[in-house]
Write a protein that binds this ligand. Structure first.
Ligand code: AVI
Length: 311
């Protein structure tokens, strides 16, 4: 395994919170949801009945992997954002026709090394490169005779604003180069009760995931009273997205560095965007980023889509 460390800057939570809580509306950024407790809670979210995304995407892969492998073609170089530990990566590599190389990109060196060594031991002879970098980095790969295919499953694109999604996919089009490909998992616009429940499950796992941000803030030295907040998932019809909020249930204050924020009952902190796509909005983003959608695989209820696009 070859490790390339681009030494991404991990932005300190408190410094970032000090700035984002002073914005209007006040925010805590979703990238901070994933400390150790948050990552475990997200794992638990993927198993609650209301959170259909992981289950449905998996079923699409199970059904259409042979078609995806034919679209990708033989001897591809697969480039995955995220540590590649999951079943999705393993199943994709298994299904592909004679894959040449896998390049894993992740901000966490530990997760990256775990993912890369796991893949290497599962697929003997597979060339594995691990790059420690964040999603904002323009990665350049060695020239290769192999077609590069970017793999970005799991609806993670949905957590980017529309402009950030275009920038990210544009960087991946440059990375893949002309003739390169993209396998992208995205969640689709659907009825409101299904969407709201997916982000506000009855067992309260998503609520715990969201509220964990405040616990983290206190542990890191900020001042906040987590019991003065409740979790809420809201639909924003202008941007076709679920927004996760932490809503004050009584007058309360937060203090982080030089920022003091006074909240009345009902005021909220925005913590995450989860965009849902229509084919038209997705195509607009892909086109602006330099991609053309060539195939779309979806489930019987058209809840989720995995798309194949070419650069
Ligand atoms: C990681 N990401 C794709 C999840 C989503 O559905 O947007 C994060 C999440 N937030 C609450 N539940 C799940």
């Amino acid at each position: 395994m070859r490790l390339i460390d681009l030494e991404p800057k991990t932005e300190a939570f408190l410094a970032d919170a000090e700035t984002s809580l002073a914005e209007s509306p006040p925010r805590l950024h979703s990238k901070h949801l994933y400390d150790e407790a948050g990552s475990d809670l997200f794992d638990a979210i993927t198993r609650v009945p209301e959170y259909y995304l992981t289950r449905v995407e998996r079923s699409i892969f199970e059904t259409y992997l042979p078609e995806m492998a034919d679209a990708v073609g033989a001897g591809a170089r697969v480039v995955e954002f995220g540590a590649g530990l999951g079943d999705k990566t393993r199943h994709l590599i298994e299904a592909l026709h004679d894959p040449a190389e896998v390049v894993l990109i992740d901000i966490s060196k530990e997760a990256l090394i775990r993912g890369a060594t796991g893949l290497e031991s599962t697929f003997e002879g597979l060339d594995v490169t691990a790059i420690c970098a964040d999603y904002d980095e323009q990665i350049t790969l060695d020239a290769s005779a192999h077609r590069s295919v970017v793999f970005f499953p799991g609806s993670t694109l949905g957590n980017f604003t529309q402009s950030a999604a275009i920038e990210f996919l544009g960087r991946q089009a440059r990375l893949a180069g002309p003739g390169g490909g993209l396998i992208l998992g995205v969640d689709l616009v659907k009825d409101l009760p299904t969407l709201i429940a997916a982000y506000d499950d009855a067992a309260g796992v998503t609520a715990a995931f969201n509220l964990n941000l405040l616990t983290r803030l206190v542990e890191a030295g900020g001042q906040a009273e987590p019991t003065h907040f409740k979790h809420e998932s809201r639909w924003n019809p202008v941007h076709d997205r679920i927004e996760m909020h932490l809503v004050a249930t009584e007058p309360t204050s937060l203090k982080v560095g030089a920022t003091t924020l006074q909240l009345e009952a009902g005021d909220s902190l925005l913590t995450e965007h989860c965009h849902k796509y229509t084919p038209a909005r997705l195509d607009a983003i892909l086109t602006q980023a330099g991609w053309t959608r060539a195939r779309t695989w979806t489930d019987a209820d058209a809840k989720f889509a995995v798309i194949w696009a070419t650069a």
